[in-house]
Design a protein around this ligand. Sequence first.
Ligand SMILES: Nc1ncnc2c1ncn2[C@@H]1O[C@H](COP(=O)(O)OP(=O)(O)O)[C@@H](O)[C@H]1O
Ligand SMILES: [Mg+2]
Length: 313
Amino acid sequence: MGTEYLIDAKGLHKHFKKVRAVDGVDFSLAKGEYVALLGPNGAGKTTLVEMIEGIRTPDAGEILVRGRSLNEDKSALYGILGISFQETRFLEKITVLETIRLFASFYKQPDEKIGKVIHLVGLEDKKDAYTKNLSGGQRQRLALGISLLNDPEILILDEPTTGLDPSARREIWDILLKLKNKMGTSLILTTHYMEEATQLCDRIIIMDKGRFLAEGSLSSLVGRMKMPDVAFFTVEGKIPDDQVIRQSDLVIEWDREKGRGKCEMKNVATDMPLLFAFLEENNLRLIDFEHTKPSLDDVFLSMTGRRLSEETE
Ligand SMILES: Nc1ncnc2c1ncn2[C@@H]1O[C@H](COP(=O)(O)OP(=O)(O)O)[C@@H](O)[C@H]1O
Ligand SMILES: [Mg+2]
């Protein structure tokens, strides 16, 4: 027996006139898994999740939800999906409590559920506030609370923290991590924040121009690209003309005026001692030192020639 997928989609395409918004992707989601669709604006993230949500019909391909095809029957989705859109409008002149109560009545949820959800998303002290007076982070937590009213097995969140400040973003992450640990919820999250994908998700799919460029855990994505770690450091002392560290292919790029050096390392365990020995032999005293690992942004850059952060911040 292979993995049992909650969602298993094959060969999905969606075109808008000449734009290939989703251009042939296979996507699956296992129970309890948190998956990120990470990509810049226009990558096709929203179009893809809207097909999975049954809101858009694919031009080609098939989506199975627990083994049942969405083409034939959308009812496979009912009751197991919680959705929050890229933007949510609330009725402005009703309160947080009234908003949740309204949605709870759509889902035929009992009253005690309302308090539980308000507690889960941390809006107790805002429950009597009008929705129009909420901050961006509070609005997103309200939207998240609504999507949780029916105890969804699968949560699909489209850019839940875009535009929020770091602390509001972290509050949402904490709620999502709690859901994963306590409820075993599965998550599909779209984002253009690398940190969000790496903090929350077991699997990251890098998406650009309607296609999946790569997928895996952070370490497998970075490892696959075979990109070196980099050491940056500042030294005091007379920098020698010699740049190549003896008996190795390590090269130090110096900014001699500032006393700053940069050295790429393919194997930190063996290369780092060589660097330190070189500094010592040449009587160079370290003032500061930083070791950086390749990031998802570097992976994206090496695959597309663009930076993820360039277009979005
Ligand atoms: N309803 C639509 N009509 C025409 N083009 C669309 C429509 N929705 C999305 N697109 C285009 O499809 C591409 C993917 O968009 P989208 O799925 O919204 O990407 P993302 O969510 O990653 O920003 C973009 O080029 C976008 O302009
Ligand atoms: Mg989008």
